[in-house]
Design a binder for this molecule. Sequence first.
Ligand SMILES: Cc1ncc(COP(=O)(O)O)c(C=O)c1O
Length: 399
Amino acid sequence: MTVAEVQRSSFLTRRIERIEVSATMAVAADAEKLRAAGADLVDLGPGEPHFPTPEHIKEAGIAAIRGNFTKYTAVGGTTELRDAIVQRHAADFGSGYTRDQCIASVGGKHALFNAVQVLVEHGDEVVIPVPYWVSFKDIVRYAGGEPVYVATDEGRDFALTTEMVERAITPRTKVILLNSPNNPSGAVMTPADLTAVLKLAHERGIYVISDECYVYLNHTGHKLSAGCVHDVKDRLIIIGSLSKTYAMTGWRLGYALAPAPIVSAMVKLQSQSTSNPTSIVQKAAVAALSGSQDCVRKMLEGYIVLRDQLVAGLRAIPGITCSAPNGAFYAYPNLSHYFGRGGMNCASDVARRLLHEAHVVVVPGEGFGTREHVRISYATSQETLARGLQRMREFFAAL
Ligand SMILES: Cc1ncc(COP(=O)(O)O)c(C=O)c1O
């Protein structure tokens, strides 16, 4: 049976028909074809650190294998790991979660998936600020929920305020999904805006899922978790991940911090799907969370240098505007100035031509909910960024 036949067939469930393959994958597939044909691409597409996993974390994983820590563990992670997660969070954000309010999962995406599955019922609305990470809407739809999109203020670096959120709330709103620092824009909510949205949601009996996978990649010098805000915790689910913080994307270790009954429901769901995250990865995660955090600081310093180089380079290209990315490792420039030139009318058109003519890989904004922007990752070397910027300058100058 061909892929097209499978897609047309009716034996697949409605819930799988409701979702799409990640938009970022289409770009990667196109780039792969060109690369296989011998093209020298500057790849600014990937959503992962270019740094290797720090040595002491790798060593802990190797020691776990050698020490035969290779059996099933508790579904939601070992006591040692859950303690390490809540202690790290308490040390960094003064949050005070307990072990039974913590579950370790197979990546932050898995923790988010579990949280949405246990909270969102058919017909429930989930407020999602735009631009959003590609998977949010599909995870919500898979659960039967309806995404309700909220525009943010690009002029103020994609700021999200209570007024914007409030307009989107209806009696069916079950969850508000926050993501600060944001993928794809790099936007970071101010403490005042974050606190106000959390308090608004709490007053209205709405849950907040705060995706904090980039919480340690905050360039403002003041990293901020929703867990810092008091008196809202009974409606708050924090999603964390070791992927970006410790350059561990392939290891697959994320977590959620939430009220114990929500964590129990997530553990129940996880017990019927993946069971525990990989045992040896849990040992590596303990080393990451409990060891020296110097590696995190060093990587953050590196990202800030790269961010400044990319943003300055983009802003120097006539017609391109770029909001300030204050966290994560992406810039999200607005390219609409060039729409109408050379047959380009949306971000996908620009990304396609950048790929095929300039051999620069970027991710078009459509997958993130906007059609004027592309996402450019600066998790790469300064040389690669310089080459990418040079090619983009020449591409846009020739239009
Ligand atoms: C906003 C956001 N949340 C969650 C994730 C999931 O990361 P992981 O599953 O690797 O922990 C990502 C990864 O790109 C992300 O950008």
